[in-house]
Design a protein around this ligand. Structure first.
Ligand code: 5GP
Ligand code: MN
Length: 343
């Protein structure tokens, strides 16, 4: 953002106004953590603020301070639409294109006449925002929210609740500080957030050590289904609707499972295919190590996108057809996969 833009945003936020914060559909820790951190910040500055999430998000994030105030656009449709209609400013957090909120909410947002401020770290943001703060080198939108507060010279306003939300976003998007996107700056900011009251051990516990027995059994099934294709340094997992039902699937239960595919020695491309009979799609998560861009792969073949090493997409075919289509694509990428380093 230019100094002029930063000045304009600071001026917009000078007087109390009405603001809506929007994370992407199926919000993860970074999207909802960033939205709730901004919620606490803007509330404390006297604004009227609502978080409107496109839909529900996993239970393991529902302890976050402020979570009770999040409206779900699909279930609380009238309230959400009223909140959006009343807003003067809408923050778009952790996504790069309006399609990432889902069709219905996208239609509502497209008619919004006010100011959009997008804060995001995904590749190739589209030109929808009045103000765009985009940096694809940064590990998490939550880290960018911290930088945003620095830019508007208000990082001293970070409260314990804000620190908790921001730390959650950074923790989850860095795979607990292990992915290469974890920079020295990330760790310095994490340290500052702990100083401001984020309880790192409790946050980790709330997110990762609150599994249900069924969730672990579903993970066991997913690992049974894991297939390795050594020729292409690829491993993939499938989870069918029937398997989800068997283990009483709850939103968030498959989060992180794809990483097991990448945890195999020598594997640089990990994929999980999850059947979703409600949306009538196969939802796909792609992960890679090294230079092989799953953002590009997802964009090219599965109507998706994301980051170079973590992306998502979907298929309208059946599970077996989707997997077959995927396997048939691999030869085209043999050289790129062979060259992709493990780190
Ligand atoms: P996940 O696989 O955990 O759902 O998502 C990995 C990354 O890709 C996240 O940053 C997420 O926002 C992005 N992503 C997931 N699904 C899609 C999709 O369908 N389209 C786009 N453009 N990005 C996605
Ligand atoms: Mn993110």
């Amino acid at each position: 953002m230019t100094p002029k833009e930063i000045k304009e945003i600071s001026e917009l936020l000078q007087e109390p106004t009405t603001i809506v914060l929007v994370p992407h559909k199926n919000a993860d820790g970074d999207a909802i953590g960033s939205a709730l951190a901004m919620y606490h910040y803007l509330k404390a500055r006297g604004h009227r603020v609502k978080v409107v999430a496109p839909n529900d998000y996993p239970e393991f994030l529902k302890w976050l301070p402020g979570t009770a105030n999040v409206l779900k656009f699909d279930k609380q449709n009238n309230q959400s639409k009223r909140a959006i209609a009343a807003a003067k400013i809408i923050f778009l957090l952790d996504f790069n294109d309006l399609s990432r909120v889902g069709d219905d909410m996208q239609k509502t947002l497209e008619t919004f006449p006010g100011v959009f401020i997008m804060i995001d770290h995904h590749q190739q943001p589209t030109d929808v925002a009045t103000y765009l703060f985009s940096d694809t080198s940064i590990c998490a939108t939550a880290q960018m929210v911290y930088h945003f507060l620095e830019l508007i010279k208000d990082e001293n306003a970070i409260s314990k609740d804000m620190a908790t939300c921001l730390y959650t976003g950074i923790l989850t998007d860095t795979g607990s500080f292990r992915f290469p996107n974890t920079s020295p700056t990330t760790l310095r900011i994490a340290a500052k957030l702990i100083e401001k009251g984020a309880n790192n051990a409790r946050i980790y516990n709330n997110i990762y050590d609150t599994n249900s027995y069924n969730r672990l059994q579903l993970l066991g099934q997913a690992l049974q289904n894991l297939k390795v294709v050594p020729k292409y340094k690829t491993a993939y997992i499938t989870i069918s609707e029937e398997e989800k039902r068997k283990y009483n699937f709850q939103k968030g239960d498959t989060e992180g499972v794809v990483n097991y595919a990448l945890s195999i020695k020598g594997i640089v491309f990990g994929v999980i295919f999850i059947e979703d009979s409600e949306q009538k799609i196969i939802k796909i998560s792609f992960r890679s190590k090294g230079h092989f861009s799953v953002n590009q792969f997802a964009r090219n073949h599965f109507e998706g996108g994301g980051h170079d090493n973590a992306a998502g997409g979907k298929s309208n075919l059946s599970m077996s057809e989707t997997v077959l289509t995927f396997l048939e694509l691999l030869p085209e990428y043999q050289e790129a996969l062979a060259k992709s380093d493990e780190i």
